[in-house]
Design a protein around this ligand. Structure first.
Ligand SMILES: [Mg+2]
Length: 225
């Protein structure tokens, strides 16, 4: 396996409505009994731990208390998300399945780098029959920093698959934070404008390549292979 290709999930591979934003509010209600609402557009590109931390700090909860309760928030979020997944309208963006299958059949390792907790990422992608294609990942349950998540995914590829990191890792994402994290981790970044951000925003954040979507498999493969 001489290449590692990493993907963000929301806005990059999938779209649609789901209970992920509501799971933050449910978790915080359960632990602190305070009302908390997440506007999904406001938190694109942020990791789940970052959304919890920044939101709770604004509500006057101290960093220490937030840290202490982090595992509990994650457990409550998963419970909430599980209840809502049947009613979600999530879907894969056009071209995604073809691209993943083509990459998988080549000499390429596939990974996820997402701010989603691993349990929520898995639930979303299992519902869309895509989870099984990914070999490694860095998830929002692993760390608050997206840059660390990129590095973790690479480390897991090295440890579990004998991968050698040498200018051969690609990261797809729809948010400036994806591009920034990728550059900080030393990988090649591909910005896709299927989320809420423009080409300019992704370019300014350090995108090495820009695509409108992942529909044209051959065009995408040309960047990687
Ligand atoms: Mg995204």
């Amino acid at each position: 396996m001489d290449k590692l290709v990493l993907f963000d999930i929301d806005g990059t591979l999938i779209g649609g409505k789901h209970g992920h934003p509501k799971s933050f509010g449910d978790a915080i209600k359960a632990i602190h009994n305070i009302d908390f609402e997440v506007d999904w557009r406001d938190v694109q590109g942020m990791t789940d731990q970052q959304i919890l931390t920044e939101g709770l700090l604004k509500k006057g909860i101290s960093k220490e208390i937030i840290q202490e309760n982090m595992d509990k928030y994650m457990i409550e979020m998963k419970k909430s998300f599980n209840k809502s997944i049947v009613n979600s309208t999530i879907h894969l963006f056009e071209g995604v399945k073809d691209l993943i299958i083509k990459l998988k059949s080549g000499d390429v390792l596939l990974g996820l780098v997402t701010g989603n907790l691993v349990s929520i990422a898995q639930a979303k992608l299992e519902k869309l029959s895509l989870w099984k294609y990914f070999d490694v990942g860095g998830f929002g349950s692993d760390d608050i920093s997206r840059t660390v998540l990129v590095k973790l995914a690479i480390k897991r590829a090295e440890e579990n698959f004998g991968f050698k990191f040498d200018n051969n890792v690609f990261l797809f994402g729809d948010a400036p934070q994806d591009m920034k994290a990728g550059k900080e981790a030393g990988v090649k970044t591909i910005g896709v404008t299927t989320g809420i951000y423009s080409k300019e925003q992704l370019e300014n954040a350090g995108a090495d390549f820009l695509l409108e979507d992942l529909k044209n498999t051959e065009k995408v493969l040309k960047i990687i292979l």
